[in-house]
Ligand binder design. Sequence first.
Ligand code: HEM
Length: 468
Amino acid sequence: MAGVLVYVLIFLLSLLSCITKRRGKKELYKGVKLTPGSTGWPYIGETLQLYSQDPNVFFAEKQKRYGEIFKTHILGCPCVMLASAEAARFVLTQAHLFKPTYPKSKEHLIGPSALFFHQGDYHMRLRKLVQGSLSLDALRNLVVDISAIAASTLDSWNGGHVIDTFQEMKKFSFEVGILAIFGHLESHYREELKKNYRIVDKGYNSFPTSIPGTSYKKALTARKTLSKILSDIISERKEKRLLEKDLLGCLLNSKDDKGQVLTDDQIADNIIGVLFAAQDTTASALTWIVKYLHDNPKLLEAVKTEQKAIYKMNVEGNQPLSWSQTRNMPLTQKVVLESLRMASIISFTFREAVADVEYKGYLIPKGWKVMPLFRNIHHNPEYFSDPEKFDPSRFEVAPKPNTFMPFGSGVHACPGNELSKLEMLIIIHQLVSKFRWEVVGSQNGIQYGPFPVPLHGLPARFWKESTI
Ligand code: HEM
């Protein structure tokens, strides 16, 4: 009997404390409500629902049911998802209220000093350096070298054997990334970086554990080797006292207002970070472009006409493509933008509220994750009419403010956006001027790894037109 009484007492006390807490919250945030939505099962929340299906279905169902701002619970964290352009912009531009947040396992692989894990002075310092090395002025000097990488990439596809377009595009974007970071890097360093980076890349999305033999553990070991290789490259540069304008040069020459230089680890983490941010994103966008052009023969013909005129002007490709020619490809540029909208490579991003934040009468509690849903915004018929149609001509008119954010927005917006567009234009120029291709298999579909890619990486065959 006494036992039962104790239980009843405990129950009543917890109920009372719950009520008092709720009252406290209600009074603290008068007129402010929590976002609508559901949080699923304890701890696992709605993680399974999100990851066991096409994420767009999950988001679309939620949006239909609860509107443009809704809560859920994934990967052990309460989250607020934002499908409204205005709310996404609010979160991305209020850097003092929302900080970047990544799982620790990913931070260990990239390196904790990489700029995208930070905010404040350190972030701004690194950002300026990365932006400087990828500015338009710096990029105009890369056109010839990127063209050479594109030519040798495409030549290796010639002959009609089936290639995995995404994997091949990854090789291309990796080489361009290396060029932007190091300029002309000795081939033995390039091969060593490639070999170890591939292992890190493979482990990045695997289950994080230190058990020997697992992909994650192998990735951690390869990451250490990458630091060693980078430290050798850095020492060599320092010895030669070269004042290069590539990213490594910018990082090596930087001093803060107290005269402090960056440590080798800070430099290494940011180099791996930039390579990581540059490779799969660009490769995924390029794979979609190959698919969209293939699926729209009339559009492909029009793009060919635009590019072949430039090719002819350059004496059948015997003169190099110039910077000003890359700035004057109006149709191809719109194809790139429409591909970025349709594919929405970064479907969403994460931030964490550093304080309780009120937005339009809703409370976003401190510590909650906040996710701007770029893909939903890019596919909202209010912003883009007939959003599932691939239609580059929609970019003849500028999109409404804040509705087109393939490269994010605010202080963490992509500093590589101009480089990625440039490499896309250069390889498309060569692809449509010199090659024809066929997609193998008729299956449509998207694979998430985690970026969206056409099914099986878009298997395809390529032929050089002159050899047919
Ligand atoms: C199609 C290609 C690309 C897409 C779609 C893309 C997209 C994005 C997006 C959406 C962000 C912001 C993420 C957030 O706010 O959480 C971002 C950040 C970033 N991107 Fe890209 N990116 C691409 C290519 C590149 C390239 C080629 C580079 C470098 C050469 C690069 C370097 C970075 C870096 C360093 C950041 C972090 C910036 C910061 O935190 O301040 N990206 N990118």
